[in-house]
Design a protein around this ligand. Structure first.
Ligand code: NDP
Ligand code: GDR
Length: 382
């Protein structure tokens, strides 16, 4: 039985990858951080009691800022494959916590590679580094490929640039099987709530149920190549199954703006929007409400009342969400991955938005029931 070690197992990709590898018959080890509240929501369905005799899913406390602990885990597990998904992954937060972001996202990758070396696993363990389209930053060509020059635009991207190159360096210096997946944005119903896609699907589903008044966003013109996380973790695995290690762009080849994303998610809950004004004064105003469509998204609950009506302003711009340096446009060319890994994204943008919106509507319906019954739901808006 192959053993995989996943850092960042409690995150979006970690959860999908753990499910995927367990289905493939792997013994999956994950590194989770100690937190004051439970932080394993995304993987609780995979949990196995530590007292069970045969376990295929094992969690270890650890942190990418602590090399002795990474060495200990590496020596204990001796994994065939390591997936380094752990990171302070929020671009805007990296401007607030640049040093921490560099420590975890840049040096964290180095610590993990060194742990493999110290544990004398260089010839045995294959290494995947979660690199990112943010490396392209101020883009020099459209679409971006493995050969497009990097120009990072945030402390996050600068840290990931170091992680990218140290992975290449360990491959060249020590002959390690080490790969970079240069992944473009990928989303899902378990995406972190403060990334723009999930913020949108969550806010719209809460607004129709009277749990939120307005959605405040930053740069509506930013364009991204958005794929589904479920599809992208399969590629992470495929990259470690080749004869030779290499780096790959993983993307859909389609691009949408933040405004397009809002329109698509709004349509899913039966709302049609018109955009008025521009810059800081731009607003998204409801022009029509399609109740049967909302009921369909809510799983056929015909009697569901919609608390949004034509004329309501439901989207506004708030400059607090602008970034000191923005990445305006990203569009990936996944030709190499398609050719060499035989990989294709399975989920279309429209289906992913529909899935995310439907799942958030289900969660919001639960919150609405709690609210009506007099319970607080403790979720606030960012
Ligand atoms: P998430 O933010 O959902 O998950 C990040 C994970 O890293 C969480 O498990 C988090 O733990 C863990 N983590 C954070 N800091 C530390 C630390 N100091 N030590 C150990 N673990 C830590 O990210 P995603 O799943 O979306 O992304 C996975 C990786 O892929 C990240 O490295 C990200 O930068 C990169 N990436 C993501 C893309 C995307 O669109 N999703 C695109 C390209 C790259 P906790 O749950 O405790 O916070
Ligand atoms: P990104 O994702 O920065 O691309 O990083 P995010 O969803 O945060 O932003 C995408 C674009 O939307 C604009 N935007 C807003 N963003 C947020 N979070 N909140 C807002 O209110 C808002 N309004 C507009 C942003 O300015 C940006 O242009 C993600 C992360 O998963 C990284 O870890 C990963 O490396 C990259 O994707 C690829």
């Amino acid at each position: 039985m192959k053993k995989a070690l996943i850092t960042g197992i409690t995150g979006q990709d970690g959860a999908y990858l753990a499910e995927f590898l367990l289905r493939k018959g792997y013994e999956v080890h994950g590194v989770k951080r100690r937190a004051s509240l439970f932080n394993t929501d995304r993987i609780d369905h995979l949990y196995q009691d530590p007292h069970a005799s045969e376990r295929h899913f094992i969690l270890h406390y650890g942190d990418l800022s602590d090399s002795s602990n990474l060495v200990r885990i590496m020596q204990e597990v001796k994994p065939d494959e390591v997936y380094n998904l752990a990171a302070q992954s929020h671009v805007q937060v990296s401007f607030e916590s640049p040093e921490y972001t560099a420590d975890v996202d840049a040096l964290g990758a180095l610590r993990l590679l060194e742990a493999i070396r110290i544990a004398a696993l260089t010839d045995h363990t294959r290494f995947y580094q979660a690199s990112t389209s943010e490396l392209f930053g101020l883009v020099r060509e459209m679409p971006q490929t493995e050969k497009t020059p990097f120009y990072p635009r945030s402390p996050y991207a600068c840290a990931k640039l170091y992680a990218y190159w140290i992975t290449v360096n360990y491959r060249e210096a020590y002959g390690m099987y080490a790969c970079n997946g240069i992944l473009f944005n990928h989303e899902s119903p378990i995406r972190g709530e403060t990334f723009v896609t999930r913020k949108i699907t969550r806010a719209l589903s809460r607004m129709v149920l009277d749990l939120q008044d307005c959605l405040y966003l930053g740069n509506l013109d930013a364009k991204r190549d958005w794929g589904h996380a479920r599809d992208y973790v399969e590629m992470q695995w495929l990259m470690l199954q080749q004869e030779q290690p290499d780096d790959f762009v993983i993307a859909t080849g389609r691009q949408f703006s933040v405004r397009d994303f809002v329109n698509a998610a709004a349509a899913e809950v039966g709302l049609t929007l018109v955009w008025q004004g521009g810059g800081l004064d731009e607003t998204g105003i409801v022009t029509a409400v399609d109740l049967p469509r909302l009921a369909q998204a809510a799983g056929g609950r015909q009697c569901m009342e919609c608390h949004v009506k034509p004329g309501d302003v439901i989207v506004r711009v708030d400059p607090r969400y602008f970034r000191p340096t923005e990445v305006e446009t990203l569009l990936g060319d996944p030709a190499k991955a398609k050719k060499r890994l035989g990989w294709e994204p399975k989920t279309a943008f429209e289906d992913m938005v529909a899935e995310m919106t439907r799942e958030d509507l289900q969660l919001s319906m639960r919150d609405a029931v709690c609210k009506v019954a007099g319970f607080r739901t403790f979720r606030h808006n960012e």
